[in-house]
Design a protein around this ligand. Structure first.
Ligand code: FAD
Length: 311
């Protein structure tokens, strides 16, 4: 209910105008590394020194034409070049609607293919590849096409250099995961961040949480490398107990969190020897991403509204 409300208010043009004007200074900077590629590289370097990996997201989604999709694709190629030049290992997270999926699925695939090919070509001093592309999952009008594009990228370009996100709030995810279990893959499990109707997504948090645990178990037992992407400490505890019980080797899973949220918990996991990664978004088009972070937590809205009003 709360998420529904905040995401629909965020669609209002008066609200978006005001927030875009002052938002980064007033609070969005907590969740976004900055507006420029150099900001993202600086955060990457700092986290790497702490033994924590990153996945970089150049913010943007839902482009309306081929030119915008081409420019978005180029921004990711530039990002991979910058990681290569800086000698940094790094993953990138890509939204296919930014690559043109909503304009034409073939365009989304072609742009994503160029990014995966470039990522696969970046190697370290030992000649091993060191970049990887995660296909983010967006709202349900794009679920089937996103999975189809991901499958083609894995089959036709590089099974190891590309992975997919699946959302625990969707009823369909169990079946999607089963269908994807024809080969070992890299799957990030998240709860899901968009506004979805009750006939497609569990409305109750308890059901989403229970499904999250079932999906992690399903993915691990199918032989996928699982990225457990949540800030929910109860879930993390249960998942760790489960992984220990089934003796899952540490290279078969990773914990991931969003920039600005519970980094101290991620640091503890890293210190305990688990693989960890922070999702680091950057760029000027931060509004939609920021709205989803507000919608996840009432306290964020209160904090931000107070800052905006006092301004
Ligand atoms: C690495 C990563 C990648 C993601 N990629 C996708 C994707 O591709 N598609 C997609 O739909 N969603 C994605 N998400 C978002 C995800 O779906 C959830 O919306 C988000 O993670 C919040 O859910 P939670 O699992 O942390 O659990 P919740 O039950 O929502 O939160 C657990 C606790 O974490 C803290 N917390 C959670 N969110 C916030 C916040 N915004 N601000 C402050 N504290 C917070 C609170 O203490 C809360 O009690 C991603 C999340 C992560 C961590």
């Amino acid at each position: 209910m709360f998420r529904e409300l905040i995401l629909s208010v965020a669609d209002n043009s008066l609200v978006s105008g005001a927030v875009k004007r002052y938002g980064l200074k007033m609070g969005a900077a907590r969740f976004v590394a900055g507006e420029h590629l150099a900001d993202a590289i600086a955060v990457t370097r700092q986290l790497q020194q702490e033994g924590i990996g990153v996945t970089l997201d150049h913010l943007g989604e839902g482009v309306k034409d081929r030119a915008a999709a081409g420019a978005a694709c180029q921004s990711y190629l530039d990002l991979l070049d910058a990681l290569d030049a800086a000698g940094l290992p790094g993953n990138v997270s890509v939204k296919l609607t930014m690559m043109g999926l909503g304009v034409d699925p073939a365009l989304g695939f072609e742009n994503a293919r160029r990014i995966v090919e470039r990522a696969a070509a970046v190697s370290g001093p030992d000649g091993e590849p060191r970049c990887f592309v995660r296909v983010d999952m967006e709202d349900t009008p794009y679920t089937a096409d996103t999975i189809a594009v991901y499958r083609r990228l894995a089959d036709e370009v590089s099974p190891d250099r590309v992975g997919l996100v699946l959302q625990a709030y969707l009823y369909r995810t169990k079946d999607d995961l089963e269908a994807l279990s024809d080969r070992p893959r890299r799957i990030r499990i998240v709860k899901g961040a968009y506004r979805e109707p009750a006939h497609l997504a569990y409305p109750s948090k308890a059901d989403v949480d229970a499904n999250y645990l079932r999906l992690v178990a399903q993915a691990a037992s199918a032989g996928h490398i699982v990225a457990v992407a949540t800030h929910d400490e109860g879930i993390i505890r249960d998942v760790l107990q489960y992984f220990q019980r089934i003796h899952l080797p540490r290279e078969r899973y990773e914990f991931q969190m969003l920039y600005g949220i519970k980094l101290s918990v991620l640091r503890e996991l890293a210190r305990a020897g688990h693989r960890t990664r922070v999702y680091v978004p950057y760029g000027e088009d931060w509004y939609a991403y920021f709205s989803r972070r507000l919608a996840e937590r009432p306290a964020n809205v209160l904090f931000f509204a107070r800052a905006l009003i006092s301004r």
